[in-house]
Every structure is written in structure tokens, then in C-alpha cells.
Design a protein around this ligand. Structure first.
Ligand SMILES: Nc1nc2c(ncn2[C@@H]2O[C@H](COP(=O)(O)OP(=O)(O)OP(=O)(O)O)[C@@H](O)[C@H]2O)c(=O)[nH]1
Length: 368
């Protein structure tokens, strides 16, 4: 007796269909764009604590200080399914001289969380150097791709490196007694460095804080991407671009935005207009400070950077620059130090050893 043919209630119940659906799901997973986020900062500012808080919602007191890991994770941010790769960069790059390693990772990432501790002024200052490296490496990547293939080949904003987002995050605000960096200083630094957002948090005290930071970074990154895609359109843009959150509320962005958890409202700056809006989860209000449009970091004139780069390098060497009064001779286009006709003074100047410099000391005048 033959068994009755099996009837499937819907097509998707058939084993063949299931296989196909599974394959399609896998394909859509692999096609889903990866979002690569790098957490960087001085050592012991709480990078690992932040990452682990985001991944597990737990706070673990101590980690291996040399810990440097990339965590691939499928997650949901603002209602979007995201294939996130989260890199905890470790803080040892400052000591062991793996500068090029750090720069390679910066070129890899799409978005950055610059972390410092409010109890550590050094970590606050270190953000300047790291922000410079981010700006420099992103422009370099864009410049390399741009000069090699040209923009007309439709390279994505992501590849061109101009849609990356950087946020400044002050951690350990629970240590009120030991605070060395005020909220105002943090906000000012965030503006000076051209960061997209500023947060003050305590990874130890707040369970969902890492998730909220990541969601706002993701929101901001998406906005930057869409803004960049339309950047070259000649049509008039609104003076303050408008973006819509998944829950339908509207945010206005200037070049610089501020957000403070601690104050629950943005600091009022002259020449700025504040928009207060509720977060999606209603937990904390977001306040965005709108300012007059500032030059876009990504579209800075590359020749300006070359000018700076020709003097300062991230390897720490500073090329000699003639000062008024020291310049005693006109150097040949291709200086030949031991050329018979070149006066001795020139040789002395040219043979001067390369000086060392610290990029962090250059402050806000650097090309971020
Ligand atoms: N009070 C307080 N301590 C914190 C907070 N976040 C992290 N810590 C502590 O700060 C110390 C350093 O935290 P880590 O997460 O290891 O810092 P890190 O930046 O990853 O350090 P490196 O890997 O050495 O670069 C640990 O003892 C944490 O427990 C916080 O929000 N408040």
C-alpha cells in the first residue's frame, strides 16, 4: 500500500523550499553589510569594560590589559539587523611602538569610539593624537582610492573613507571625587576635534549605556553615509540637514553635535540652536546642538594636509623648516649636501638631525 502523497500546507514547508530559504537566508546574511567599529583610547579607560558591557550587559572588573579582540556579532540597532564587528583595540599601542598596526586598524574601521576617563587627564589628551590619526588615515585611504580610480567609478562612500563617524566618550563619571576632566572641557574637546557626538557615561553603573552609545553612533553613521551620497548633488540643501529616527522623530544635525547624559540637556553655546527630542526608548533625552556649518573633515583640502604632513609624521619625526634669519642661502631644487658650490652653512642646516615632536601638543590647530 502506497502512502498518500504528503501535502504541504505552504510552499515553504517543502524540504526543497526550506533548503532554498536557508540558502537565501545565508546569502542575505553574507550580503548584509558589515559595520566595523573600533573602540580606542589610552590604557585603562574602560575599553574592554565597554565592549563586554555591550556584548553581555555585564560589568567585569578586570581584564587582561593586552586584550585586543575583534568580536563579530549579529545584533539589532535601532531596529536594523547589523553584522557588527567590534574591535577592542587595547591600550598597549602607545608603548610598544606598533603605530603602523594601529593605523592599519583605523583604516579598517567605519566608525570610532574615542574613549577617555574623566579621572585621567592623560587619557583626555591622548584623544587629540588618536583623532588626528583617524582623520589622517581616513583621508589617506580616500585619497589613495580617489587618485587610483577616480570618483567617477562610483566607489562607495565607505570605501572612500569619508563616511566614518567619530564620537568622544568620557567614562568613569561615577568616580566623582577623582574627576579631573569636567563636562565642559569634554564638550569643548569634542567640538574642537570635530567629533559627531559626545557622551559622559559610567560603564560600571549603567547597564544599557554601551548599547545606547552604539545605537546613537549607528544612527549618526547612517546619517553621515546618506549625507555623503548626496554631498555632490548641486541641489540646494537645507542649512541644517534633517534625519529621521526609526521611531519617526526628527533630528537636525549641524556639523557638530553634543549629547550629554549627565546634564540631560546640551550646554547652550552662543551661535548655536538646541533641539531636544526624546529617545526612542524614552529613557534619556537627546540634545543636539546645531551650529553654523563648519568645513567637513572629509572634504578638507588635501593640499593643506600635505603641507602639514610634510612637516609632521606619525612616526614622530619633524623635517627641518627654515626660520627667518636662519635661511642664509637658496638651496638647490635637489639639494646635494657635499656639492662643491654649496656654502658650509647650508650643509650644517641640511645635516641637522630630525627633531622629535608630539602630535598631541599641536592641539586644535592640527588638521584633524
Ligand atoms: N569606577 C569605574 N571603573 C571602571 C569603569 N569602567 C572601567 N572601569 C575600571 O577601569 C579599569 C580598566 O578597565 P579596562 O576595561 O581594562 O580598560 P581598557 O581601556 O580596556 O584597558 P587596556 O586594555 O589596558 O587598554 C578596570 O579596573 C575597570 O574595572 C567605570 O565606568 N567606572
Amino acid at each position: 500500500m502506497t502512502s498518500p502523497p504528503k501535502h504541504y500546507q505552504s510552499q515553504s514547508e517543502s524540504p526543497h523550499c526550506n533548503k532554498l530559504v536557508n540558502r537565501l537566508n545565508l546569502a542575505s546574511l553574507s550580503l548584509r553589510p558589515r559595520w566595523r567599529v573600533m573602540v580606542l583610547g589610552h590604557h585603562s579607560v574602560g575599553k574592554s569594560a565597554f565592549v563586554v558591557r555591550f556584548l553581555t550587559r555585564r560589568f567585569i572588573g578586570d581584564y587582561d590589559p593586552k586584550l585586543e579582540r575583534c568580536y563579530p556579532v549579529n545584533t539589532t540597532l535601532n531596529g536594523d539587523h547589523v553584522m557588527l564587528e567590534l574591535l577592542d583595540s587595547g591600550g598597549h599601542h602607545l608603548e610598544d611602538g606598533s603605530q603602523s598596526d594601529l593605523e592599519a586598524k583605523i583604516r579598517w574601521a567605519d566608525a570610532f569610539i574615542l574613549l577617555y576617563s574623566v579621572t585621567d587627564k592623560c587619557s583626555f589628551d591622548e584623544c587629540c593624537r588618536l583623532r588626528f590619526l583617524i582623520g589622517y588615515n581616513k583621508r589617506r585611504r580616500r585619497h589613495l582610492f580617489g587618485s587610483a580610480f577616480g570618483n567617477s567609478h562610483g566607489l562607495s562612500a565607505e570605501i572612500m573613507g569619508s563616511s566614518s563617524s567619530v564620537i568622544l566618550v568620557a567614562n568613569k563619571v561615577d568616580q566623582v571625587e577623582d574627576r579631573m576632566v569636567s563636562t565642559e572641557e569634554g564638550e569643548k574637546r569634542s567640538r574642537d576635534l570635530g567629533c559627531d557626538l559626545f557622551f559622559e557615561i559610567s560603564v560600571r553603573e549603567e547597564v544599557d549605556v554601551a548599547k545606547r552609545v552604539m545605537e546613537d553612533l549607528y544612527f549618526r553613521w547612517k546619517y553621515n553615509q546618506s549625507h555623503h551620497h548626496h554631498h555632490h548633488l548641486p541641489q540646494q540643501q537645507p542649512q541644517h540637514p534633517v534625519a529621521t529616527t526609526p521611531n519617526g522623530s526628527t533630528h537636525h544635525f549641524g556639523r557638530r553635535c553634543l549629547e550629554t547624559f549627565a546634564g540631560r540637556c546640551s550646554a547652550n553655546k552662543s551661535n548655536s540652536m538646541d533641539v531636544i527630542s526624546e529617545r526612542e526608548d524614552g529613557a534619556l533625552p537627546i540634545s543636539l546642538s546645531l551650529e553654523s556649518p563648519l568645513p567637513d573633515v572629509a572634504t578638507d583640502n588635501i593640499s593643506l594636509e600635505d603641507k602639514f604632513r610634510s612637516r609632521a609624521s606619525t612616526e614622530g619625526s619633524l623635517n627641518f623648516r627654515n626660520k627667518r634669519g636662519i635661511h642664509r642661502c637658496v638651496q638647490p631644487a635637489t639639494p646635494h649636501l657635499d656639492q662643491p658650490g654649496v656654502p658650509a652653512t647650508c650643509n650644517i642646516i641640511n645635516k641637522r638631525p630630525a627633531r622629535r615632536m608630539s602630535i598631541s601638543l599641536r592641539g586644535a590647530s592640527s588638521a584633524f
